[in-house]
Design a protein around this ligand. Structure first.
Ligand code: GDP
Ligand code: MN
Length: 511
């Protein structure tokens, strides 16, 4: 909306909106103290839930605010902070139907103003809308700040990976929401000799250092993860992380005072009764779920048993590979490597993923989600791609290799073809062997795939299943992408990215 329209919307909502409530003032830092990449924020909120959660997700303390902040609108960031204003929109004397969860849904407004480096959030207490350090500051505002200042803010997990040769590398992965970032970040590797350590599970801030290496920090210091489906079987590291000091939202409650959700994988002691997230008595077999499908845990990173020793290094960790991925039930192989940085940026622009029922869209539908940033771009998406191209072509920059993965291929019966989770370590091991120049690859029209035998335990028919190469599929994919570019990017699409699509179309024609 236009700045004038925004001002009218703000004037219409904020005056008097906190009356009678407690206002919390939260100075906070995103990133390790002392890091060139760290940025400060100041959030005002009338929600105790938000204040308590911000204490977990960010580093809170007045010492993080610059002593002499630049006047708004600010020119540069190092000596500045992002202004965050949040209200649930329910003054104490107003009446509302859900006393424990005040909000104003019909008038909810979440506004980002990169020019003045401020965030205005009204009417919602939901995490993504109210913990303003996370998606609002660390992705939407930060991506715009990063472009001005020559760094990157991306929707990426960061992990350390020790491969079977005992070598340690750091990888960053951009997957759309609900495509496995938190699971990969906390993975227990199912390949002997491998070990995964966690730097971050959602957001990466990165810059090229003096040696031309890409370095990444996690701007957060907590996990705000989806609870349903989390169990000892699927994510034991997350289960250990949330054993204490954790705030749960919209989960079920047991009569013994414990939490409960679908897929928690723990049987209840006899005689235990349950209360659903709506506050109603609940029994297994009830039509409505016990926990909301988007119920969350909010836990400090320091609780995570697999936290990487360098996770708070102010310099950041050196990134050897960037991995893109999404839910692709057919056509897209388990893993392939980009021919070049430019080809990799093209792969990022072409990311698509199947929406899950729990997400915002119903049914099974492939949605475009370039760089997994569709909901989080803080400025023109074409310029964001151009920024990627520009940074890597600066003198001395040694950009990491780029890969694309797909854990979600299905067979005719709809079952997953790849076991996933801890077994994804086999794919990470191949990626690291590629970087080390030790693993073979075969050039295909879409990129470099593992030679048969190069990926642990994948041979013969299994290799053909996991590495489909279908000309008609890729013709459709190219057409779809061309339409998407035309409809949504137009003249803002970098010429290099269009050239990459044309090159792919040419290679597919010869398949
Ligand atoms: P995030 O939103 O990107 O952090 O995704 P999560 O890590 O929370 O995972 C989202 C969903 O994907 C959960 O239901 C996971 O169980 C599922 N998932 C994660 N990794 C894999 C995998 O390797 N294979 C399969 N089949 N499912 C996965
Ligand atoms: Mn996550």
């Amino acid at each position: 909306m236009s700045p004038e329209e925004l001002q009218r919307a703000v004037d219409d909502r904020f005056p008097g909106c906190m009356e009678g409530r407690t206002m919390y003032v939260i100075p906070f830092l995103m990133g390790p103290p002392g890091s060139l990449l760290a940025r400060a924020g100041l959030q005002l909120t009338d929600s105790a839930y938000v204040a308590a959660s911000m204490r977990i997700m960010t580093r809170v303390g007045a010492r993080f605010l610059p002593s002499a902040p630049a006047p708004a609108p600010a020119a540069s960031s190092a000596n500045d902070f992002v202004r965050c204003l949040h209200s649930v929109g329910r003054p104490r004397d107003g009446s509302f139907p859900v006393p424990s969860w005040p909000c104003d849904p019909p008038r909810t407004l979440i506004a980002h103003d990169p020019q003045h480096r401020r965030i205005l959030s009204y009417g919602s207490g939901y995490g993504g809308n109210s913990l303003l350090g996370k998606k609002s500051l660390a992705l939407r505002l930060a991506s715009a700040m990063a472009r001005q200042e020559g760094w990157m803010a991306e929707h990426m997990l960061i992990v350390g990976f020790q491969d079977p040769r005992g070598r340690k590398r750091y990888l960053a992965g951009a997957f759309p929401s609900a495509c496995g970032k938190t699971n990969l970040a906390m993975m227990r590797a199912a390949l002997p000799g491998c070990h995964v350590t966690c730097v971050g599970d959602d957001i990466a801030w990165m810059r090229f250092d003096d040696q031309g290496r890409l370095r990444a920090i996690n701007p957060e210091c907590g996990f705000f993860g989806v609870a349903p489906g989390t169990s000892e079987a699927t994510n034991p590291v997350a289960m250990a992380t949330i054993r204490r000091d954790t705030i749960f939202t919209n989960v079920g409650l047991t009569s013994t005072g414990d939490v409960y959700w679908e897929g928690i994988g723990q049987s209840l002691p006899p005689g235990t009764t349950l209360t659903s997230w709506r506050g109603q008595p609940w029994q297994p077999g009830d039509p409505e779920p016990c926990a909301h499908p988007n119920a969350r845990f909010c836990a400090p990173a320091s609780n995570c048993p697999s936290l990487d020793p360098a996770w708070e290094d102010p310099e950041g960790v050196p990134i050897d590979a960037i991995i893109f991925g999404g839910r692709r039930p057919e056509g897209v192989p388990l893993v392939f490597e980009a021919f070049s940085w430019e080809h990799g940026v093209f792969l990022g622009s072409a990311m698509r993923s199947e929406a899950t029922a729990a997400a915002e869209h119903k049914g099974r539908q492939l949605l475009h989600d370039p760089l997994a940033m569709r909901p989080f771009f803080g400025y023109n998406a074409g310029q964001h791609l151009q920024h990627w191209l520009d940074l890597a072509s600066r003198p001395g920059a040694r950009p990491p290799r780029i890969f694309h993965v797909n854990w979600f291929l299905r067979d005719q019966s709809g079952a997953f073809l790849w076991p996933g989770f801890g077994h994804n370590a086999r794919v990470l091991a191949w990626i690291c062997a590629r970087i080390g120049g030790e693993a073979g690859a075969v050039a295909t029209p879409i990129g470099l795939i593992p030679e048969e035998g190069a990926l642990e335990g994948v041979e013969g028919g299994r290799h053909r299943e996991l590495f489909p190469m279908d000309r008609r599929f890729w013709e459709r994919e190219c057409r779809e992408l061309r339409d998407f570019y035309g409809e949504h990017w137009g003249r803002h699409l970098p010429r290099e990215v269009m050239a990459q699509l044309e090159a792919l179309e040419g290679r597919v024609r010869k398949m």
